[in-house]
Design a protein around this ligand. Structure first.
Ligand code: NAD
Length: 285
């Protein structure tokens, strides 16, 4: 099956990044969000990101313009009815995702493949709410999508070989490398990453180190490109908390319990870069 048009549900951090790499790979993209201001924000993020790539000489202006021209923003879900492949990137909430898939399942033709960019929610469970368990897969892009090479591809219990093959081919066309994993809470990426971030937050809460010393230890001592607290700010602290909760519920193991300081910051609305403050401050330029 040839994929021509990709639908993206959610124009946030991940949704607009996926829209950009899909458009650059030559796909037509329909990006849907629930309010016009979110659609506009997503489109603006793509415009900015492409502009930066042109400025740095990584891309020619006509290629950037052509990619932008292939993305259409919308608030109307039924605009996505003719998509061959849909990638959902709404917030990390199982109930909301199930609702979105139930709507899409009614709307889309039988051949349409559904992918979720979920960081931790069971692909098998999300697929079970649709009539297409064989055409349902996890396609976990990394943040920031245009720069990060990995797509963690998660096969649910019913995912067909054909769906996995199409998804892998599409990710490769977007310039990504696919690592295939099976469906357990947090998959591989977040199962390993989130306990590290959580532990770094405990270190901060307990005064073991300042934010700078914790991040410096991991950057210079472990050769990580970013410290765990900087990375948490980039991912979004609400997303970090949610993923930890999914793993805590899924395994019943206290090692995944979100740190109280993380929960306090989320309650305060200090979600990281997207709100201008998290473990660090991000003044508006
Ligand atoms: P975000 O909050 O930046 O964006 C989510 C967007 O979804 C918002 O614009 C919101 O308005 C929109 N939305 C909510 N309900 C919707 C609906 N019914 N239809 C269409 N749009 C709707 O979140 P994000 O960081 O982009 O995360 C999205 C998904 O990607 C989550 O599942 C998250 O776990 C996963 N993910 C996030 C990261 C990361 O670093 N942020 C990395 C990998 C995967």
């Amino acid at each position: 099956m040839e994929i021509k048009t990709i639908g993206i549900i959610g124009a946030g951090t991940m949704g607009n990044g996926i829209a950009q790499v899909a458009a650059l790979a030559g796909y037509n993209v329909l990006m849907r969000d629930i309010e016009q201001k979110f659609v506009d924000k997503g489109m603006e993020a793509v415009r900015k990101s492409l502009g930066k790539a042109v400025e740095k000489g990584k891309m020619a202006q006509p290629d950037a313009d052509a990619a932008l021209g292939r993305i259409k923003g919308t608030m109307v879900l039924s605009d996505l009815k003719d998509c061959d492949f849909i990638i959902e990137a709404v917030i990390e909430n199982a109930e909301l995702k199930r609702k979105v898939y139930a709507e899409l399942d009614k709307l889309c033709p039988a051949h349409t493949i559904f992918a979720s960019n979920t960081s931790s929610i069971s692909i098998t469970e999300l697929a079970a709410g649709t009539s297409r368990v064989d055409r349902f897969i996890g396609m976990h892009f990394m943040n920031p999508v245009p720069l990060m090479k990995l797509v963690e591809m998660i096969r649910g219990l019913g995912t067909s070989d054909e769906t996995a093959k199409i998804t892998k081919g599409m990710a490769e066309k977007m310039g990504k490398t696919v690592a295939e994993v099976t469906d357990y809470p947090g998959f591989v990426s977040n199962r390993v990453l989130m306990p590290m971030i959580n532990e770094a937050i405990y270190c901060l809460m307990e005064g073991v180190g300042s934010r700078e010393s914790i991040d410096t230890v991991m950057k210079l001592g472990m050769n990580h490109p970013m410290g765990p607290l900087e990375l948490a700010d980039l991912v979004g602290l609400d997303v970090v908390q949610y993923i930890l909760e999914v793993m805590y519920a899924g395994f019943g193991d206290p090692k995944y319990r979100p740190c109280p300081l993380l929960k306090k910051m989320v309650k305060a609305g200090r979600l990281g870069r997207k709100t201008g403050i998290g473990f660090y401050e991000y003044p508006k330029k």
